[in-house]
Structures are given as structure tokens and as C-alpha cells.
Design a binder for this molecule. Structure first.
Ligand code: NAD
Length: 330
């Protein structure tokens, strides 16, 4: 029977699918509240090889660095790496392909949830929700005031979407339909259908988009070309009244430059779910009132995490049964 290594505990919904198939499933229970280390993953994979009961599949999560060394430790039996995330910047896909190992991800099932979280951040930073909560808990609320904790309206403002893919286009949909916002977007691929339906405007140069936006939301994948995509120069191109939202991947924003931009009033605020050196957060950011920090939870609803677990399990089964998995990364 196929044997599956799951690097961290995942929802039961996914485990059930694998158990129902009769697969042998080994869950790295030790990594419940921490990331699995490379040494740990390599040791488990190699030990199984040594015992003559090697693994056929690896179910990884985004905190795992699936390097060529980890892949090698699973060979020659490892056939598929099912990443429990839509992003797959944590997997050396090139090395996996070269060694004949399939890599899959979990797109689509988390789109609505991440778009909701993104919009929660837009509204929360504009209306200073987290700051107001801290203020209230600190017993600072002495009297209603005409100028107490003034925020910024979202309705009717301009949202810049960087990366109009599944999540970016859903965020744009909420912006247009829910808040009458104007949407500008930047993406290597233009989407005339979306433009027609939602009145979105394509801007082929990001440096021309930034000065026009009240909110900028990042939805591009982390690639070599998108690392520090938003840097000191680009913060300067944004309006001083603008807000940056990032629910994509931390290294897309130069976090030091972000802290400086927030501190020096280059932009008004930011709300981010992802960090450049996760789980570390640049200390300066934690001292600022004009930023909301959430710990990479944009897809963290019970419903969505169950669906991600089911999809990762399905990808494994399809791969091991000799079919093309639905979410094969090509
Ligand atoms: P997607 O592939 O549907 O969309 C990505 C879009 O970015 C595509 O339209 C693509 O053309 C565009 N793009 C690629 N390179 C670009 C560039 N250099 N400049 C501008 N646009 C570029 O992916 P998705 O499902 O929308 O997910 C987007 C990203 O969100 C993922 O890669 C992942 O890193 C991140 N994500 C984060 C969380 C979280 O928990 N915070 C959850 C899910 C996804």
C-alpha cells in the first residue's frame, strides 16, 4: 500500500480520504505548532528507506522548505509532493521535475476566503479597527469626540490590484460590487473580459498605477522577479494618503522600506498577513500604530482548510493511481 508522509498535522477531512484508500499515513505530530525542519523531514524519509518501507508521497505545507536534499531523501520511491497551499515558492519545483517527482498545489478552494481576509484588512486599516480596539482595552476612551480616531472612507476610492489572478480578481469584484470602488490593475496578462464586466482599468506599468491609488493590494506569486517588487522607490510613488495591503507573500515587499515608509508618512498605513522573514516580524513594524499584522491566516477558515486538505489528498491519490493530478504544477 502507498505510504504518505505529512509534514505537519492537517485537518481530518484530508486524512480520511487517504485512510479510506487504505494508504499508510504518517503525520509528523511533533510539528503541531512549529515548522518542520529540513533535517527532520530528511531523517523521516531516509529512515523509511532504510527500513525498506519508503514513502510514495509527501504532503507539505508552506513552512516546509522542500529543497533538493529533501527530495533526494525521498527517492527513488517519492512520486508526488502535494503542497497544502496555492503558492509553491517553498518547493524546488525545478529539482522535483528533473527527478521525475510531481508537484501539486491547492488553488481555487481558498480564493473566496483570502479575498475576504484581504477586504477585512482594507476595511480594518481604513477604519482603524485594530488601533481602536487597543485604545478601548487600554481604557483610553473617555468621551466621544468629533476628531477621535478619524479614519478614511473606502467607498468610491481607487484600488490598485497587483496580480489580477484568482484572488486579485475576487478582491477587485468585492471592491467594485460592494464599495463602488474604481479598480486599476497590473498583471503581465491583460483581462479584457474582466475590464468589460467590472470597469477595471489595465495599467501596463506599475509605476504609473501606484500614484493613482488610495489602496494597493498585492496578489502576485513570489518569484525572483517579484521579490521586493514594492521597495523604497515604489513607496515614494504611492500617495501619502495610500494604504498597502499584502496577503500574498512577505518577500514581495521590502519590509525595512515598509517600516520606514509608515514611520515617515510616505504612506498612511498598511495591513499585512505575510512577512519577509516569517515567522519573524521586523521589530519596527510592531511599534507602529498604522499597520495591522495578521499571522498568515488569510486562508484560515475551518471550511477552507478542510477543502485544502481534501484537495491535497486528491492530488496524491490521482498521482499515485497513474492519472494526472488536477493541480499539477507544469
Ligand atoms: P493566480 O496564479 O491565480 O494569480 C496570480 C496572478 O499574478 C496571475 O494573474 C499572474 O498573471 C500575476 N502575475 C504573475 N507575475 C506577476 C508580476 N510580476 N506582476 C504582476 N502580476 C503578476 O494565484 P492566486 O490563487 O490568485 O494566488 C496569488 C498568491 O496569493 C499566491 O501565489 C500565494 O502566494 C498567495 N496566497 C496567500 C495566502 C495567504 O494565506 N496569505 C493564501 C493563498 C494565496
Amino acid at each position: 500500500m502507498p505510504k504518505i508522509f505529512i509534514t505537519r498535522p492537517i485537518p481530518e477531512a484530508g486524512l480520511k480520504i487517504l485512510h479510506d484508500k487504505g494508504y499508510e499515513v504518517v503525520v509528523n505530530e511533533a510539528a503541531l505548532e512549529r515548522a518542520a525542519t529540513q533535517e527532520e523531514m530528511i531523517a523521516v524519509l531516509q529512515q523509511a528507506q532504510g527500513e525498506g518501507k519508503p514513502f510514495d508521497a509527501l504532503l507539505s505545507v508552506l513552512t516546509d522548505q522542500i529543497t533538493v536534499e529533501v527530495i533526494d531523501a525521498g527517492l527513488p520511491t517519492l512520486k508526488v509532493i502535494a503542497n497544502y497551499a496555492v503558492g509553491f515558492d517553498n518547493v524546488d519545483v525545478g529539482a522535483a521535475k528533473q527527478k521525475g517527482v510531481m508537484v501539486t498545489n491547492t488553488p481555487g478552494v481558498l480564493t473566496d476566503t483570502v479575498a475576504e481576509h484581504t477586504f477585512a484588512l482594507v476595511l480594518s486599516i481604513a477604519h482603524r479597527i485594530a488601533e481602536a480596539d487597543r485604545f478601548s482595552r487600554a481604557d483610553k476612551y473617555k468621551a466621544w469626540g468629533p476628531e477621535l480616531l478619524l479614519g478614511t472612507d473606502v467607498s468610491g476610492k481607487t484600488l490598485g490590484v497587483l496580480g489580477l489572478g484568482r484572488i486579485g480578481s475576487r478582491v477587485a469584484y468585492h471592491a467594485v460590487k460592494g464599495f463602488g470602488m474604481k479598480v486599476l490593475y497590473y498583471d503581465p496578462k491583460q483581462n479584457p473580459d474582466f475590464e468589460k464586466e467590472y470597469g477595471a482599468v489595465y495599467v501596463s506599468n506599475v509605476d504609473e498605477l501606484l500614484p493613482q491609488c488610495d489602496f494597493v493590494s498585492i496578489h502576485v506569486p513570489l518569484l525572483d522577479s517579484t521579490r521586493h517588487f514594492i521597495n523604497e522607490e515604489r513607496f515614494k510613488k504611492m500617495k501619502p494618503s495610500a494604504y498597502l495591503i499584502n496577503t500574498s507573500r512577505g518577500p514581495i515587499v521590502d519590509e525595512k522600506a515598509l517600516a520606514a515608509a509608515l514611520k515617515n508618512g510616505v504612506i498612511r498605513g498598511a495591513a499585512i498577513d505575510v512577512f519577509e522573514y516569517e515567522p519573524e516580524i521586523t521589530p519596527e513594524l510592531k511599534k507602529l500604530e498604522n499597520i495591522i499584522l495578521t499571522p498568515h491566516i488569510a486562508s484560515a477558515t475551518r471550511e477552507t482548510r478542510n477543502k485544502m486538505a481534501e484537495l491535497a489528498a486528491t492530488n496524491i491519490i490521482e498521482a499515485l493511481e497513474g492519472r494526472t493530478p488536477p493541480n499539477l504544477i507544469k
